[in-house]
Design a protein around this ligand. Structure first.
Ligand code: HPA
Length: 272
């Protein structure tokens, strides 16, 4: 079935359960899911109930869409996102972003856990993403272009809204939360990088590296949505030192930095 027809069926199903129009969409990264505790939840829809949504191959719940009110806005949040390294196609990874657009979302806030390669970055720091490098993530727009969704050759001069970056910086300053601003380099994972790759990423201009976000942001830009994205730096790569990186360490660092990220996102939703 063509993607536009699929999207219509997905949206019709969601509208049969929830009729308000969300204007802000939120995608939460690993260990960063607490954000939704600040929402007045009006409807939750498990991914497995939603027509054409990707289905988790793993036992149990694959996640849900949460609809509700936050800081005066109707929002939809994804509790659980899809990663390319899990075996989803790039088109499956970004399907929920297209659904958000079809539901009326104009602005997407994205978070992720990332390795830090920038100067003076420490575990637990926050980085506002001002741009990305996507050479290693498969472009989700490869294939037939749907002109109704966006152009064949989308402009990528400002995938991350300068206006939202400025607002977030003002909010962070007011809350006395230090933030870096930098470039996120997208990789496929699931391996963390080798010592040489972390050095290469730094040389290429990446300040943070991660396994999500880039494909979602490309599709949001394709459809003309405004994006704000922020990384929690969960490790500093493995460079000269004899260190290692584990997923548990990444999750733990994300969880402990989560309140800072949530505070900024919550305020930003109100300021959009
Ligand atoms: N590399 C890639 N993805 C990541 C990392 C990393 O060091 N940390 C968290 N996600």
């Amino acid at each position: 079935m063509a993607v536009l027809a699929q999207l219509k069926e997905t949206v019709d199903y969601i509208h049969s359960l929830y009729t308000a129009t969300p204007t802000v969409g939120i995608v939460l990264g690993s260990g960063l899911g607490n954000f939704t505790s600040g929402m007045t939840v009006e409807q939750e829809i498990p991914y497995e109930d939603i027509p054409h949504f990707p289905h988790s191959t793993v036992e149990g719940h694959s996640g849900k869409l949460i609809f509700g009110q936050m800081n005066g806005k109707t929002v939809v949040a994804m509790a659980g996102r899809f990663h390319f390294y899990e075996g989803y196609t790039p088109q499956q990874v970004i399907y929920p972003i297209r659904v958000m657009k079809m539901l009326g979302v104009e602005t997407v806030l994205v978070s992720n856990a990332a390795g830090g390669t920038g100067d003076n970055f420490k575990v637990g720091d926050l980085m506002i993403i001002r741009d990305h490098i996507s050479f290693f993530a498969i472009n989700p727009l490869i294939g037939k272009n749907e002109a109704e969704l966006g152009p064949r050759f989308p402009d990528m001069s400002e995938p991350y809204s300068k206006e939202l970056i400025a607002k977030a910086k003002t909010i962070a300053e007011r809350l006395e939360i230090p933030v870096h601003t930098g470039v996120y380099l997208g990789v496929t994972g699931p391996t963390f990088e080798t010592r040489s790759e972390y050095l290469l990423i730094k040389t290429l201009g990446g300040d943070a590296v991660g396994m999500s976000t880039v494909q979602e942001v490309i599709v949001a830009a394709h459809m003309g949505m405004k994006v704000f994205a922020m990384s929690v730096i969960t490790d500093i790569g493995i460079r000269e030192e004899e260190n290692t990186i584990t997923h548990d360490e990444v999750l733990e660092a994300a969880r402990s930095a989560e309140p800072k990220l949530t505070a900024i996102f919550t305020e930003l939703v109100g300021a959009i």
